[in-house]
Design a protein around this ligand. Structure first.
Ligand SMILES: [Zn+2]
Ligand SMILES: [Zn+2]
Length: 202
């Protein structure tokens, strides 16, 4: 005689999944958690989380990384990309210091055609490339973290969005300088800079 086995529903308490790198996590295990759909991200930092998730998934999938989800506010999307770009550029700037200095690069150039003035001073100045890099990244960080212009990560005034273009233009020159004058430093960066082939504002 066989007895029928019925599977009774078992109530399992679902613990909220924490997407966080706990202290002691090995580098290889960093960010090892399941992807999350953008609609399910309910934090005020959702756009940043989503962009970083896309970058981790495939840093070379530039089109995917730059395509905003449906109904995403475009100003916030640009703002968060510029924040991410500056964060990655800071890591490159640290490596640049090893070979870019006032003797090797006394002016900020990309190709030999233009010399760029540093806008971080009362009167724009011909700072050496590495100083231009530091001053410009500092200025960008100050602006992007300014409560006056960017009090929210969820919505941004149109007048503040208008400020992003000039920041982007200036910080992107740092990237160009690294590409044309210190390519080995740029290519040795690990992980590879996400925005190596495209400007988020192009
Ligand atoms: Zn240089
Ligand atoms: Zn300067």
């Amino acid at each position: 005689m066989t007895s029928a086995v019925t599977s009774l529903p078992v109530e399992v308490e679902k613990k909220p999944f924490k997407r966080t790198n706990r202290p002691g996590t090995k580098a290889v295990d960093f960010y090892k958690w399941p992807e999350e759909a953008f609609e399910d991200m309910d934090s005020t930092l959702a756009v940043q989380q989503y962009i970083q998730q896309l970058i981790r998934k495939d840093p070379s999938a530039i089109d995917d990384i730059l395509t905003p989800p449906d109904s995403q506010d475009e100003g916030v999307w640009k703002y968060e990309h510029l924040r991410q770009f500056c964060m990655e550029l800071n890591a490159i700037a640290v490596r640049l210091q090893a070979e870019c200095n006032a003797e090797t690069c006394s002016q900020m150039t990309a190709t030999e055609q233009w010399i760029f003035l540093c806008a971080a001073h009362k009167t724009p100045k011909e700072c050496p490339a590495i100083d231009y890099t530091r001053h410009t990244l500092d200025g960008a960080a100050c602006l992007l973290n300014s409560y006056k212009y960017f009090p929210s990560r969820v919505s941004i005034k149109e007048s503040s969005v208008g400020k992003l273009g000039s920041v982007c233009r200036r910080v992107y020159r740092i990237f160009s300088h690294a590409y044309f004058h210190h390519r080995s430093v740029l290519m040795k960066s690990s992980p590879k800079p996400t925005y190596a082939s495209v400007s988020p504002f192009s």
